[in-house]
Design a protein around this ligand. Structure first.
Ligand SMILES: [Zn+2]
Length: 99
């Protein structure tokens, strides 16, 4: 079987596209992988852009964390690969988005 390698960027590369949905920069947010339980900043995810939309994978187990597809007038966001995403709003407040 021939293995296929894909190159990826880090999660910071998703900031522009994700800013179309989120008012906050979620690349600095910390999330938990639903597969292995790793808790990491979104910026540490491996981001694949050579597919329909963006695919962010866990840096530890390679599980899909997030998929974002821009379909013209509609953007589809799938975050079921994360147990949660904690977005720091200010230095004294933190908000958790359960997905
Ligand atoms: Zn994982």
């Amino acid at each position: 079987m021939k293995s296929q390698t894909c190159s990826y960027l880090d999660g910071n590369a998703a900031a522009g596209e994700l800013s179309r949905i989120f008012a906050l920069d979620i690349t600095a947010a910390k999330g938990q992988c639903a597969n292995c339980g790793a808790k990491r900043h979104f910026a540490e995810a491996h981001l694949y852009v050579q597919c329909p939309g963006l695919v962010a994978r866990c840096a530890v187990c390679n599980h899909v964390l997030l998929r974002l597809v821009n379909a013209g007038q509609r953007m589809v966001l799938d975050m079921r690969g994360m147990t949660y995403l904690a977005v720091e709003i200010s230095q004294s407040h933190e908000s958790t988005v359960v997905v």
